[in-house]
Write a protein that binds this ligand. Sequence first.
Ligand code: KG4
Ligand code: ZN
Length: 352
Amino acid sequence: MIVLGIETSCDETAAAVVRDDRTILAERLLSQLAEHRSYGGIVPEIAARAHLEHLDRLIAETMAAAGLSFAELDGIAATGGPGLIGGVIVGVTTAKAIAAVAGKPFLAINHLEGHALSARLTAELPFPYLLLLVSGGHCQLLAVEGVGRYKRLGTTLDDAVGEAFDKCAKLLGLGYPGGPAIERRAREGNARKYRLPRPLIGRPGCDFSFSGLKTAVRQAIEGLGVDGLTPAAVADLAASFQAAVADVLADRTRHALAAFRARYPRGRTLVAAGGVAANETLRKRLEATAGAAGFAFFAPPQKLCTDNGAMIAWAGIERLRLGLTDALDFAPRPRWPLDPNAPKAIGAGVKA
Ligand code: KG4
Ligand code: ZN
């Protein structure tokens, strides 16, 4: 079984061809960083136009690199949401067109399911597992029972963790995206230099909150004065911020591991996925957290943590195997929670 996956929900235009034996036959990814950099964040209209401009060529290059024609595919998968709707429409429309012309099944993939199943693209990982989904738009703990079957144990009440990295990086003058920049600077910094809050730590449950942490970073910067934000201070603040995030993620995950174990005695793996799971410090911390609870830890390789086409193709394969294809009148979904029964999150910046 071979599926083409298309990802256009944010600022990466990506395509990949994946086979059901977990081989990535070809992949292409175009980052729009240069287009958005001067705005300090992603501009949805610019993103949509860039997807439209580049996607056809990117797919052609991916198919050529795989040495395949559309007729040789078993399905065409595209991110159907959640995400920036202009970009999602570009990807979905393109996938439907290919599916219609080639007479192949179309699969609308929930971007979050792409992240959630990405671990199974690189490892033999049985259901159920506990998933910490940490990206630019999301911060959730979910029990993954199977394809399309998720139970949310916790979510953020305000900012997503990637968003917190990005906002903090902006305050520190490190540009966008903030996660990798903060991780780099933090290596030279002293994580104990600034005493930043650890929101919700010690409280019951598995929810997250990051807006207080971001405010504390802003106040620390203001306290330094105009000339105080030296490269050393930036490194110390980056390290202190990252340490606070690590403490929060570890504490909330610890609670979720206990809840998960009670409900799914067979499950023994903690998976981290999404862009923030690329962070080495956080991966190590989560591995230790899992180990202390008697769980194995798994996170996909870094390039499969951040947005990519292969995870969409893989989710397509998982759904195609079960016959879960979509009709060509599928409407792109700007919001699309993995667990439709979970109560709506109350905060801003939460996309599902
Ligand atoms: O999954 P992703 O590529 O896109 C979304 O679906 O949101 O995640 C992007 C987010 C950004 O907020 C980025 O700053 C963060 O992931 N990120 C990181 C790292 N690499 C990317 N955060 C912390 N450390 C990193 N190394
Ligand atoms: Zn993502």
